[in-house]
Design a binder for this molecule. Structure first.
Ligand SMILES: [Zn+2]
Length: 224
């Protein structure tokens, strides 16, 4: 069984995966991820600033992000997002919109963290033509049915399932099409990816879910 972890961070790379997306949370991690990619061919890097760490930003970060992405066409954008339970939504929005636009303009896959800010995310998506949006992965997806239906109108959106799938929270496994599902540890060593695959297989009554999820990740990472 081949497995790709669609979302982790620099402090935890699951030992038994065939591929892994390592998302930065702040600029000081960018070089660490680049160094890791050099020694571990399984690692795909995503670069950006997480909404929890917007207070750490250093002037000129956006120009440096653009330059990093332009010189490395295979680099992705992440982890960026909005989180209602963290301070300073205005600043979060400013930093998110800037990074999302960079991902759109440079046509990069983007990994998004959204907690309780779906109205804002949906509004931002509407500012773009559907055809110009890159592949978007919502990590640790968890939202109501109404939001999921709106997101499913975009064919480039994927849903990464992690701790919420294990702990039985509302991640809408039944309603997400099988070809849009990814799985993730989000850097939690106690998350066993095979358990998530099994949970999805059981809910969807689909025996080859591991292969489907692996193919989905390949499609995202290799643009197949
Ligand atoms: Zn994360």
């Amino acid at each position: 069984m081949k497995i790709i972890d669609a979302h982790t961070h620099i402090d935890y790379i699951a030992p038994d995966v065939d591929g892994v997306v390592c998302c930065a949370t702040k600029e000081s991690e960018w070089q660490k991820i680049i160094d890791l990619m050099k020694i571990d061919a399984r690692v795909y890097g995503a670069f950006g600033i997480h909404p929890w760490f917007i207070n750490d930003i250093i002037f000129g970060w956006d120009g440096r992000l653009i330059q990093l992405l332009q010189t490395n066409p295979n680099y992705m954008v992440g982890e960026i997002g909005l989180d209602k339970y963290k301070p300073n939504m205005e600043k979060q929005l400013e930093v998110f919109v800037k990074q999302f636009d960079i991902a759109v303009q440079l046509k990069r896959i983007v990994f998004i963290h959204c907690v309780g800010a779906w109205d804002k995310i949906l509004h931002i998506l509407k500012q773009y033509k559907k055809s110009e949006l890159p592949i978007i992965v919502f990590h640790d997806f968890n939202a109501n049915e109404n939001i999921l239906l709106k997101l499913l109108q975009y064919k480039n959106i994927f849903f990464s399932l992690g701790k919420n799938a294990v702990y039985g929270k509302n991640c809408r496994i039944e309603q997400i099409p099988s070809d849009k599902i990814l799985i993730e540890t989000d850097a939690m060593a106690d998350i066993v990816l095979i358990d998530i695959v099994n949970e999805i297989s059981k809910t969807k009554n689909e025996s080859n879910m591991a292969d489907i999820i692996y193919d989905n990740a390949q499609r995202v990472l290799k643009h197949e």
